[in-house]
Design a protein around this ligand. Structure first.
Ligand SMILES: Cc1cc2nc3c(=O)[nH]c(=O)nc-3n(C[C@H](O)[C@H](O)[C@H](O)COP(=O)(O)OP(=O)(O)OC[C@H]3O[C@@H](n4cnc5c(N)ncnc54)[C@H](O)[C@@H]3O)c2cc1C
Length: 416
């Protein structure tokens, strides 16, 4: 008698979904693998969208995660440009917007997120201004790129990593750039004040006008385009285009509608399993208890998406590889290669090793003598060493960290 092959259906063809489909095959998943993505084309890397691609230093072909042929070779069937509209858990099938129904034995939701929309007086959410732009997809990046021309006035709302990277790329292409940040400093949600001050000064040196405590009260539009923004203090700013980088909303609606616990992210365990043992999830759309930090996290980073995807693939292939990875991330702006590892929440002091002036330093975030996190600028070797050590967890002689006459590896050694 013929036995039916089990079907793995992966929804979302971004970093997590693309990796999971391929890694499941490598891990020995015996059945079919279908990767469904609403975006057209093969899965691509998002980080270059605000960096090399926007600067004109990378093409669309350069940023593909893998060539289309790699999926064919691995017998991963790709369905592109189609959305999964709903999940029928009772019938174990997903329903596509083109009317198809696909049965699954195991389902993986790698749905990512979408930009948080800018909301203020003058913006009709049903008919947003044509020059109000966001950055999540290649299509978004193409649209922003068209505005990055010499002399164009680009206003960036939000001084987080995406906003600051777009600012660096935009001034590099000759645009006149202003960043409006509602908090008293840029990177307020993700880095300490020392790093914020450093980045503000570097951007100012490149001609970016960074305005903090600058919440937007209203936009004035003419013929469906923003021409001027008004801040809470009454100041105004003319603009040719506005790029809003004010965070992400996890795409969890289809999971919620299917009865899974998906408020601000779909809850998963260290193998990526949801409350339904046949449904897994990975990447920006998930939240989980982090074993090192003892609290729930929702991490928006490529390494996290890849680690979670590999954990699911390991589980499905019968070789569990639970995700216990130290969160990490990077950001490229000008000549600065910033790498961050760990989670700084709850730190009581920040110790700097190196020099801001030389654009080469590590910022250690400590709670007592425990290192919770590190931000490294142009120090890849030290970053790698600290990132690895953070998995222990890492306790150091904090008084010695700033002393560069002592090799970092001595300070990081267990029991040092
Ligand atoms: C501009 C930018 C710069 C970034 N820079 C960095 C960086 O330097 N370093 C770093 O670590 N991280 C960076 N990130 C974050 C990183 O890109 C994300 O963490 C990563 O893409 C998460 O992968 P994911 O697979 O969870 O989501 P995504 O890559 O967003 O993929 C999700 C996919 O699922 C699709 N989808 C959603 N719902 C459905 C549905 N119902 N049916 C079918 N398809 C669906 C979406 O269209 C999307 O293609 C950056 C992000 C952006 C936007």
């Amino acid at each position: 008698m013929e036995t039916r092959q089990p079907a793995l259906v992966v929804v979302g063809a971004g970093h997590a979904g693309g990796e999971l489909a391929m890694a499941a095959r490598q891990s020995g998943w015996p059945g079919s693998i279908t990767l469904i993505g609403e975006e057209p084309g093969v899965p691509y890397q998002r980080p270059p969208l605000s960096k090399a691609y926007l600067c004109g230093q990378a093409t669309e072909a350069d940023i593909q995660l893998r060539p289309a042929a790699a999926y064919e070779t691995a017998a991963v069937r790709r369905i592109e440009g189609v959305r999964v509209a709903s999940i029928d858990r009772a019938a174990r099938q997903v329903l596509l917007t083109d009317g198809r129904a696909l049965p699954y034995d195991k389902l993986a939701l790698c749905l990512g997120g979408r930009p948080r929309p800018l909301s203020c007086a003058g913006i009709d959410p049903h008919s947003p201004p044509a020059n109000l732009l966001y950055l999540r997809t290649l299509r978004d990046a193409r649209a922003i790129g068209e505005h990055l021309q010499p002399g164009k006035r680009i206003v960036i709302v939000g001084g987080g990593y995406v906003g600051l990277e777009v600012a660096a790329s935009a001034v590099g292409r000759g645009a006149l750039v202003t960043v409006l940040e509602a908090q008293p400093r840029v990177l307020a949600r993700v880095a300490g004040p020392e790093l914020s001050r450093f980045y503000q000064s570097v951007h100012a040196a490149h001609g970016v006008d960074i305005r903090t405590n600058a919440a937007i009260a209203a936009v004035n539009c003419e013929a469906g385009r923003i021409v001027c923004l008004t801040c809470g203090d009454g100041s105004t700013l003319e603009a040719d285009a506005v790029v809003a980088g004010i965070g992400m909303i996890a795409n969890v609606e289809i999971a919620n509608a299917a009865g899974l616990d998906a408020a601000n992210g779909l809850e998963v365990d260290e193998n990526g399993m949801t409350a339904d043992p046949d449904i897994f999830a990975a990447g920006d759309c998930t939240r989980y208890q982090h074993p090192l930090y003892g609290r729930e996290v929702r991490i928006e980073s490529v390494p996290n998406a890849l680690e979670q995807a590999r954990a699911i693939a390991g589980w499905l292939g019968g070789k569990p590889k639970p995700n216990r990875s130290v969160p990490w991330f990077w950001s490229d702006q000008y000549d600065l290669k910033l790498q961050m590892a760990g989670l700084a929440t709850g730190y009581d002091r920040c110790v700097i090793r190196g020099s801001f002036e030389a654009h080469s330093f590590c910022a250690f975030y400590l709670a007592g003598d425990r290192v919770l996190a590190v931000d490294a600028v142009n120090r890849p070797a030290e970053f790698m060493a600290v990132r690895r050590a953070l998995a222990r967890p890492l306790v150091v002689d904090a008084a010695k960290i700033a002393d560069e006459s002592i090799a970092l590896r001595e300070l990081l050694a267990p029991g040092a």
